[in-house]
Design a protein around this ligand. Sequence first.
Ligand code: TPP
Ligand code: MG
Length: 332
Amino acid sequence: MTSEQLAWKIRRHGIEMTHISGGGHIGSVLSVADIIAVLYTDVMKWKPDAPKWEGRDRFILSKGHAGAAIYAALAESGFFAIEELKTHYADGSRLSGHVSHHLPGVDFSTGSLGHGLSAGVGMAYAARKDRKNHKVYVVLGDGECNEGSVWEAALFANHFRLNNLVAVVDHNHMQSLDFTENTLEIEDFAAKWRAFGWNTIEVNGNSHDELKRAFLEAERSGLENHKPAVVIADTIKGYGIRFMENDILWHYRFPHDGWEYDMAVTKLHQCMPEGVRDPYTPDGILNPVRPTESDDIGNDHTFSFSWKPEYPEQMRRVEAGAGTRERVRLCR
Ligand SMILES: Cc1ncc(C[n+]2csc(CCOP(=O)(O)OP(=O)(O)O)c2C)c(N)n1
Ligand SMILES: [Mg+2]
């Protein structure tokens, strides 16, 4: 499967899983889909029939609230049956809303933000001591980087020259209620990682070509100076479904019956790569329900908009930084 095909599948499964279960974080899933797809098709070593294979690269989705994305990638890669995805969030299911290590292919449970990089650093340090060749990949959210523990782990990784560790930050400029810059300023984000001693690579995180080049560069630079690498992946929250993009509503909201589900599926079908089959609605939705004037679409749902009198000034600062880069076309 190509990375583009897997990314589409992650998005489609993500819509279905959050729709059926009435839970999850679809904006976060859509944001990270391309990063996970590239890692699982082009970068990491793994064996679905031997999930605990010693030589496997380790993967931690530290932004564990996007569990649906890694579940979809693992099922599509053969770690467990695709049918099981439908149990997402259900009582007794292995597919809890936040990532569970009870699933084959998952090494570390996440959901409480700020812990994944520390665990990944430990795994990389152990691999170094045991003279093993595998690598460790940790995907973090940008809001997650508010957590102090992330920066303690970053110090450690540089100090011990853990060039077998790659962190990827899904830098979508948003967290749960607002833009990151309105919540707790993190810019100049790349400069911070450089100051912590990391090889710092900035890319468009929805571009598969750029992501692939970034992982090669992480490898090359690490061999040269023995430092860990961070890929700062500039993404769009909700990417791939226009009405969800950059709208904080879709951090927590799931696609409801009616226009939300119908339009999400319809939008994805407009960009379906060749060779992919939609397991849920193979022909798309025949007569999709469309939003009407009274539906809540295209409105600003940020916390600052709702509550803060100084909103316009904050917004100007955010708009200068976020979502201004050129979009990658999903349909090639
Ligand atoms: C320690 C901790 N505090 C708060 C939360 C609640 N929470 C879930 S998602 C989220 C925002 C995360 O934003 P970001 O890391 O930018 O991820 P994104 O969804 O934007 O990819 C928060 C605060 C949590 N899961 N863990
Ligand atoms: Mg974010």
